[in-house]
Structure formats: C-alpha cells, structure tokens
Design a protein around this ligand. Structure first.
Ligand SMILES: *[C@@H]1O[C@H](CO)[C@@H](O)[C@H](O)[C@H]1NC(C)=O
Ligand SMILES: *[C@@H]1O[C@H](CO)[C@@H](O)[C@H](O)[C@H]1NC(C)=O
Length: 343
C-alpha cells in the first residue's frame, strides 16, 4: 500500500516536471501570475450578475473574496446586442479593471454553432494583411461599449493617476477584451495594459496574431480542459495563410495524475499561440468546460438569456445613454449614496 502511494507520487512528479520542463528551456520567463488570474476570473464572473444594482454597488453574490473593495465607476449595457462592460478601480491592486460580458444571444449552444462559420472578413485598420472577424471587431468598436469604457478609464485616471489597466473577459467577452486592450495601446497610447482572458475564441489570422503579440507580448489566454470555444473558429493547418490563428500565450488548465492523485495544473504554453501540446492536444468537445474557469462559474444564473434587472432608484444614473443602452456611472471617490444625493 505504502509502496503504491509512493509510486503514484513519483509518477505525478514526473508528469509535473514534464509539463513545466518547457519553461526551463530557452524561452524568457513568461509572465503568468496565478493569483492574478484567479482574481480576474472573479471580476469576469461578476459581469454575469443579472441584477445591475447589485453589480453597480458591488454587493452581488460574486462581488467579494478577491475582488472585495472594488469601486465601480462605469457600467455600460448595450441592451439591443446583449453586451456589457464595466470599468472601476481596484485599490488593493492599484489598478483599473475593465471586464466584458459577451453576447449569448439566445443560447450558448447556438452561439457556439455559429462560431464554426465565422469568416475572416474584415481588415484590421492600420495593419497590413491583418484580418479579423467583423462581428468580433464591431462588438467592441462599433457599439456604445468603446466610448463608455474609454470614458470610464479617463475618469478613473483623473482621480487615481495613470495606474495600470487590467482588461479581462470570458467567451465573446474575451474577444472584446482583446480588441479593447489593443485599442488602448494602439489608439490611445496607453502603456501599462494587461490582458488576461478566459475561454476565448480565435479572433484573427496569423498576421493579426503577430501584430497582437508585438503590442501585447504578455497577453494571457486561459483555456480549460476540453472547452470547445478556444478551438473555434477552426484552425486549418493546410491553409496557414488563410486560417484563424490564436495570439499567444495560452495557459491550459487541466488535470494530470492518476487515480486518487489527480491534480489540476496551469500549463504555460509556447509563444506560437497554437501550441500543439496544450489544449490543441485534446478535442474541444465540451460546453461544460467553457462555463467554469479556475473553479469559478462563468455564466449568468438565468442561463441563455440577456435579462437585466435593476431597481428604479439606480435608473437615475442613466445618463446620456443612446437608444438601447443603459449606462450607470458615478464619480470616482464618491459612494453611491453620496452620488445619489448629489443628483
Ligand atoms: C500576482 O498578483 C497578485 C494579485 O494582483 C499580486 O498581489 C502579486 O504581487 C503578484 N505576484 C507577482 C509575483 O507579481
Ligand atoms: C459599423 O457600423 C457602421 C454603421 O452602422 C457600418 O456601416 C459598418 O460597416 C460597421 N463596421 C463593421 C466592422 O461592422
């Protein structure tokens, strides 16, 4: 019995060493911070809260633990397209957090089925030969979200200085987070931008990925086990010039080990964006693995709908919102009550 346990432990050690071995070779130490990933997973999870008042006051069920004390500044909801983003200040990290919620239209299943057919149909502006999918691009660039996010960042920086910005999102929200992080660097000249996403689909071709890597060399895409979404839209190795291609760097969360010694690891992948030893080494066939990341649920309580709940009081925050948009907004440093009485 003792002997068997010892053997299991030895096998596990070998597996762990094999998996981390690639880091030790010639690549520079990749910037992956597991605690930060967990924290941003909690921020991303919160954006699925249906009650906007609770989300805005940061009193939602998911608004505690590693995200405690977060100050929401701007919450933008594009009701028509079922998209959402928020901007606020995390004093413990001394950073701005920007989180995106992606559309789930009618159901996550339908959304995933559609991913198979997304074309590289749009030239990313200012980057020769870089192609992306117009729908992913415009969900951020062609909706009210972009203005709302920029506005929220500006307000927060006026109050707290040029602090780092952390951009995150899950699923479709991960694609929007990626376009946002790139936008902040390329079009707004911001320097300290961190991108860390969960369960992200491919968003552009290899040329786009290589531009992306230049601007965001430390970007992290966390993938989970057999999550189907990071496998989509498909990668065709026969047509490397024409196919979608992930930007680096993937971190693949999966279980290793045997029997009772199964152990989750966060495997840091190579800098190609398409490491064949990471999630691509398994078939992406799980929707369930898409809905949980690092032990945190990534979907709304009311599945598959874009229902939004808010109490009347909070709607007084609705300011200058164009058709089909709700914006809840406050001045940094004021409590929600102070803000309400100032109106
Ligand atoms: C990792 O992130 C956490 C949370 O932001 C931070 O407190 C910690 O200092 C970071 N660790 C490193 C090594 O950067
Ligand atoms: C953005 O919206 C405008 C106006 O609705 C439209 O003409 C344009 O094609 C859209 N761009 C993308 C990339 O979808």
């Amino acid at each position: 019995m003792e002997r068997r346990r010892w053997l299991q432990a030895a096998v596990l050690m070998c597996l762990l060493l094999l998996c981390s071995g690639r880091e030790l070779k010639d690549e520079p130490a990749p910037v992956y911070n597991s605690t930060l990933a967990k924290t941003l997973a909690e921020y991303t999870s919160a954006v699925y809260t249906t009650d906007l008042s609770q989300l805005f006051t940061w009193t939602c069920e998911k608004c505690n633990d590693l995200t405690q004390g977060f100050e929401m500044i701007e919450l933008i909801i594009d009701v028509q397209n079922c998209l959402e983003a928020y901007v606020g200040f995390a004093s413990d990290m001394n950073a701005i957090v920007v989180a995106f919620r992606g559309t789930q239209e009618n159901s996550i299943q339908n959304w995933i089925e559609d991913l198979f057919w997304k074309q590289l149909d749009f030239d990313y502006p200012g980057m020769a030969e870089a192609k992306v999918h117009s729908g992913f691009y415009s969900a951020y660039h062609n909706t009210t979200l972009r203005d709302g996010v920029i506005n929220g960042i500006q307000k927060t920086m006026e109050a707290y200085g040029n602090v780092p910005i952390m951009v995150t999102g899950h699923s479709m929200g991960a694609s929007m987070a990626s376009f946002c992080a790139l936008d902040l660097i390329v079009n707004y000249g911001l320097k300290d931008v961190t991108l860390l996403t969960f369960g992200q689909p491919r968003i552009g071709n290899a040329v786009f990925a290589s531009h992306f890597k230049k601007y965001l060399p430390n970007a992290i895409r966390v993938t989970n086990e057999h999550d189907i979404v990071p496998h989509l839209p498909p990668y065709y190795h026969y047509f490397p010039q024409k196919t979608y291609h992930h930007f680096p760097r993937e971190v693949w969360v999966h279980n290793v080990g045997l029997d009772s010694l199964v152990y989750p690891i966060e495997q840091i992948c190579d800098d190609s964006g398409e490491d064949p030893a990471c999630s691509r080494s398994v078939s992406g066939n799980s929707v369930q693995d898409h809905l949980h990341y690092l032990g945190i649920s990534m979907h709304s309580e009311s599945r598959g709908s874009c229902r939004i709940v808010t109490d009347g009081n909070m709607l007084r925050y609705k300011i200058g919102a164009p058709d089909g948009t709700i914006i809840l907004s406050k001045q940094p440093g004021l409590s929600v009550d102070q803000q309400l009485s100032a109106l």
